[in-house]
Design a protein around this ligand. Structure first.
Ligand SMILES: C=C1C[C@]23C[C@H]1CC[C@H]2[C@@]12CCC[C@@](C)(C(=O)O1)[C@H]2[C@@H]3C(=O)O
Ligand SMILES: O=C(O)CCC(=O)C(=O)O
Ligand SMILES: [Fe+2]
Length: 358
C-alpha cells in the first residue's frame, strides 16, 4: 500500500500543480538566487582560438566546467534535439509511463536516479537513452517514433565528434599524447564508448525557492556535454563556497569534468559539483551527453602523470564498476575508489606488509 502511494507520488504531473506538495519542499535550498557570489563567470572558450588547449586546461583545473563556442555542432542539430525533447515531455503522464524506466534498468522515463539518496522529490523528469531509443520511442509514438530516433542518432554523431575534439584538447593540456591512451585507434580516434543521453525537463514551479530541479552531484563520466535551452538553472559550485549560474548562451555548449577524468588526471582536473534549480514561469530543458570509456577499459591515473612524488591516488575502475559504486554510495563514490595513504606507500618503510601500488 505505502509502496504504491510512493510510486504514484513519484509520477505526479508537475505541470498541473498549483502549489508545491510537501514531498517536493526542500527545507534548505541554499542561495537559490542566480547570482555569481562575487566569483568570475564560468569560462567561455572559443574552440577555434589557437590557444584553446591552454584555456581548456586552465578551466578544467580551476572550475571543472566551461562553455564552448565554435564547436562545430550545427545549430539545427541542437534545435532539433531540443524540440524532440520538448515534444516527449509534453506527452500526457500516462503515455510517458509507457516508456518508464524499469526497476533495475537505466534507460527510459523517470525521476533522477539519485532521487533515492534524498528525502524530498526533485522538480524534474528525465528520459535516459542508452544505445538506440527505438524500443521506448515506439511505446511513446507507435506510429511516429522514426523522427525521434533519427534526431537522437544525429545528435549522438555530432556529440561524438565534439567529445573527441575536447578529449584531445584536455589530454593535450595534460601533456598526454595519442599513444598514451589505450582506447584510441592509431589515427587518434577514441573508440566509441556506449554514450548515454539524458534529457531533463524542469517544468515551471509554483514555489521555486523551496524546490530543487536536480540535486547537487558530480557526473560519473569522463566528460559531459550539456545543451540547455534559453532558461537558466544550471549552477556549479565555486571553491566549495557558493553556487554560480552557468548562463545559457545560444549555440554554446557546457562541458563538465566527470569523476572518471578526475581519476584519469590523478585529481589534477576536478569533477565539478553541479545542480539545477527551477523557476516560476519558464519550462527548462537540458540534454546531457554523458561520455565514458569503452566498457572493457579500466580507468586509472595516467602513468605519465604519476611518479614517486605524485603516486596514483585512485584504483583502476571500469565505467560500469564506477556506476555501480555511485549507485550504491552516491557522492562518496570518488573517495571510495581513492587509494588510502597506506596503499600508496606513504607508510613506514619498515612496514614490509604494506602494499605498494606503482
Ligand atoms: C551513465 C549514467 C550516469 C548517470 C547514471 C547513468 C544514467 C543516467 C546518468 C544521470 C543523469 C542525471 C544526473 C545523474 C547523477 C543521474 O541521476 O542520472 C547521472 C548519473 C551519473 O552521472 O552518475
Ligand atoms: O539540467 C541541467 O542543467 C543539469 C543536468 C545534469 O546535471 C545531468 O543531466 O547530469
Ligand atoms: Fe550532471
Amino acid at each position: 500500500m505505502s509502496l504504491k502511494l510512493l510510486k504514484n507520488e513519484q509520477h505526479l504531473d508537475l505541470n498541473s500543480l498549483k502549489e508545491l506538495p510537501d514531498s517536493y519542499a526542500w527545507s534548505s535550498v541554499d542561495d537559490a538566487s542566480p547570482t555569481s557570489c562575487g566569483s568570475e563567470p564560468v569560462p567561455v572558450i572559443n574552440l577555434e582560438d589557437p590557444d584553446a588547449m591552454m584555456h581548456v586546461g586552465h578551466a578544467c583545473k580551476t572550475w571543472g566546467v566551461f562553455q564552448v563556442m565554435n564547436h562545430g555542432v550545427p545549430m539545427m542539430v541542437l534545435d532539433d534535439m531540443e524540440a524532440s525533447g520538448r515534444k516527449l515531455f509534453s506527452l500526457p503522464v500516462h503515455q510517458k509511463l509507457q516508456a518508464a524506466r524499469s526497476a533495475d534498468g537505466v534507460s527510459g522515463y523517470g525521476v533522477a536516479r539519485i532521487s533515492s539518496f534524498f528525502p524530498k522529490l526533485m522538480w524534474s523528469e528525465g528520459f535516459t537513452i542508452i544505445g538506440t531509443p527505438f524500443e521506448h520511442a515506439q511505446k511513446l509514438w507507435p506510429h511516429g517514433y522514426k523522427h525521434f530516433c533519427e534526431v537522437v542518432e544525429e545528435y549522438k554523431k555530432e556529440m561524438n565528434k565534439l567529445v573527441n575534439k575536447l578529449m584531445w584538447l584536455i589530454l593535450g593540456s595534460l601533456g598526454i599524447t595519442k599513444g598514451d591512451i589505450k582506447w584510441a585507434t592509431p589515427t587518434g580516434e577514441l573508440k566509441e564508448a556506449c554514450p548515454v543521453l539524458q534529457l531533463n525537463s524542469y517544468p515551471a514551479c509554483p514555489d521555486p525557492d523551496r524546490a530543487m530541479g536536480l540535486a547537487a552531484h558530480t557526473d560519473s563520466t569522463l566528460l559531459t556535454i550539456l545543451h540547455q535551452n534559453n532558461t537558466s538553472g544550471l549552477q556549479v559550485q565555486w571553491e566549495g563556497t557558493g553556487w554560480v549560474t552557468v548562463p545559457p548562451i545560444r549555440g554554446a555548449l557546457v562541458v563538465n569534468v566527470g569523476d572518471l577524468l578526475h581519476i584519469l588526471s590523478n585529481g589534477t582536473y576536478t569533477s565539478v559539483l553541479h545542480r539545477a534549480i527551477v523557476n516560476r514561469t519558464q519550462h527548462r530543458l537540458s540534454v546531457a551527453y554523458l561520455y565514458g570509456p569503452p566498457s572493457n577499459v579500466r580507468i586509472s591515473p595516467l602513468s605519465k602523470l604519476t611518479d614517486s612524488f605524485h603516486p596514483p591516488l585512485y584504483q583502476p575502475v571500469t565505467w560500469s564498476e564506477y556506476l555501480g559504486t555511485k549507485a550504491k554510495h552516491f557522492n562518496k563514490a570518488l573517495s571510495i575508489v581513492r587509494l588510502c595513504a597506506r596503499m600508496n606507500g606513504f607508510v613506514d618503510v619498515n612496514d614490509h606488509n604494506s602494499v605498494l601500488v606503482g
